[in-house]
Design a protein around this ligand. Structure first.
Ligand code: ADE
Length: 240
């Protein structure tokens, strides 16, 4: 997959080449990152990327030309995504869809927003990572890249690791996990997980996933239509 990122802070994306799974995915040839500095697509001495809003008001607006010219230079296939708090909420399903693309282009905005002609003419999707306003689209773009890249075939090595994530099948939150030591400061790992009984372990995980989902995201259980509502996990003896 090719991922293009347009930004006025290219250094923000150094982590993609240096740290954790996004960097390893690149080293292994699963993904290529192209980070373009929007200031390289300006034509004045000061490399101006923003200007005052028409109609007045506080804050500056990102000019359209650098986005248009950078996209024309890259000439990308696939989705062109603007990161913006007014966009559609980015979620696991959105990550899966984007991970199926050959190429993905992310546009980061700043200040008071991006000239509307960019949204109208250039972008195919607008995405938000949550109901809060970041100082720019860069952290949101990093979130999208991380969520997408880890879904690319071969990136996680152990497919189970993605398959057992919360939201993997649009259903339940992930159950609790433990590692050694078996007892830490008086807190014990549930006996069932140490029992070696894979049937009981699977059942316990399912119950815990249901319990957590009911407690924290009841909207997901109601939507799942898997009969989860037929059974109250509180009826079961939890080993936790
Ligand atoms: N830019 C500023 N805030 C944002 C958000 N919540 N999601 C995506 N892009 C943003």
């Amino acid at each position: 997959m090719r991922i293009n990122i347009l930004t006025i802070f290219p250094e923000y994306f150094d982590v993609l080449r240096e740290v954790s799974i996004p960097a390893r995915a690149r080293e292994q040839g699963h993904v290529e990152y192209r980070v373009e500095d929007l200031r390289d697509y300006t034509h004045d001495r000061h490399n101006t990327v923003d200007d005052a809003p028409y109609g007045g008001g506080a804050g500056m607006v990102m000019k359209p030309e650098p986005y248009f010219e950078a996209v024309e230079e890259i000439d990308p296939d696939g989705p062109i995504v603007l990161l913006t708090p007014r966009g559609e909420r980015f979620d696991h399903d959105g990550a899966v869809k984007l991970s199926l693309e050959e190429e993905l282009t992310l546009l980061c905005g700043h200040y008071k927003g991006v000239d509307e002609r960019v949204a109208e003419e250039l972008v195919t999707h607008e995405l938000s990572i949550g109901d809060y306003v970041l100082s720019g689209g860069e952290p949101a773009a990093l979130v999208v890249v991380d969520a997408v890249v880890r879904l690319l075939p071969g990136v996680l090595g152990d497919h189970q690791s993605a398959a057992s994530d919360s939201f993997y099948d649009g259903e339940l939150l992930a159950p609790p996990v433990y590692t050694r030591p078996p007892e830490y400061r008086g807190m014990e790992v549930p006996e069932v997980l140490r029992s070696g009984d894979h049937g009981r372990i699977a059942e316990w995980r399912r119950e815990q996933a249901l319990r957590l989902t009911r407690e924290r995201r009841p909207d997901l259980v109601e939507d799942s239509g898997d009969g989860a509502d037929d059974e109250d996990p509180a009826d079961h003896e939890s080993a936790g």
